[in-house]
Write a protein that binds this ligand. Structure first.
Ligand code: 0O2
Length: 217
């Protein structure tokens, strides 16, 4: 997004927030529509819930500093990809890829990057599917493309990530080795649980479809 002030004044954090909040609304609505349509066709909701957030200014400044950039509005917009973040929590791993594909295929969305930490988990054990996209925001006199980070994961992956995040903060990134190892073990259990829940669900769905077919005959 080339950042130009909404008003004639110097660009402010409030103006940046306005654009990113609008981007979160746009993506949030797209996801809700897809979920409703899915419910209509398949009588099933792939999305359990959605969380959105605007990154706190102090976290943005920290990220800029870490990467050697001065704290300016222009640098924020250019170099920080997750000022607007949306987290989509699904029931099953297969839903993650369905949702991602449906978002990627919308022609007003531009995909800047895809990171599949489900196929390639982080060394910590972290699993999630990340997309950085831009979505057009229609202002009164112009259109701006705003960046949004979309994290898509299962309920189990989210449970793991929130505990790991708390532990990471508690130990300021230096958790004892045995805790790190246990977290990796838990991450493996999460993968096993997700795989079992998926296969159980597929079995139940096949059973329901068979019963429906027999009823219709
Ligand atoms: P916060 O507080 O959640 O906003 P980048 O964001 O592109 O500069 P990176 O590492 O290339 O940096 O991006 P990546 O890997 O896509 O990670 C971005 C976000 O994913 C993080 O944002 C976290 O929310 C989450 N994440 C990544 N790795 C882990 C992990 O090991 N554990 C947990 N719990 N979450 C993780 P921030 O800005 O780091 O933090």
């Amino acid at each position: 997004m080339e950042f130009k002030p909404v008003s004639d004044d110097v660009a402010s954090w409030e103006e940046v927030k306005l654009i990113y909040n609008s981007a979160l609304k746009e993506i949030g609505t797209k996801l809700e529509i897809l979920n409703d349509e899915f419910q209509h066709i398949h009588q099933y909701n792939p999305i359990e819930h959605i969380k959105t957030r605007i990154k706190k200014p102090e976290s943005i400044v920290k990220k800029l500093k870490k990467n050697g950039y001065e704290s300016t509005i222009e640098n924020m917009v250019r170099y920080v990809n997750d000022i607007a973040g949306i987290r989509v929590i699904c029931s099953f791993t297969s839903d993650i890829y369905r949702i991602a594909e449906m978002i990627i295929n919308q022609n007003d969305i531009k995909v800047l990057s895809v990171k599949d930490y489900i196929i390639s988990p982080k060394p910590s054990g972290y699993k999630s599917y990340h997309l950085i996209v831009t979505v057009p925001i229609f202002l009164s006199d112009r259109i701006v493309d705003a960046k949004v980070e979309i994290q898509i994961r299962t309920v189990a992956m989210d449970f793991w990530a929130s505990l790991e995040h708390k532990i990471h903060y508690k130990f300021e990134g230096n958790a004892p080795e045995h805790i790190k190892n246990e977290l990796v073990e838990c991450a493996n259990m999460v993968s096993e649980l997700d795989a079992k829940m998926l296969s159980l669900n597929e079995e139940v769905q096949a059973f329901a479809e068979k019963s429906q077919k027999e009823e219709n005959e």
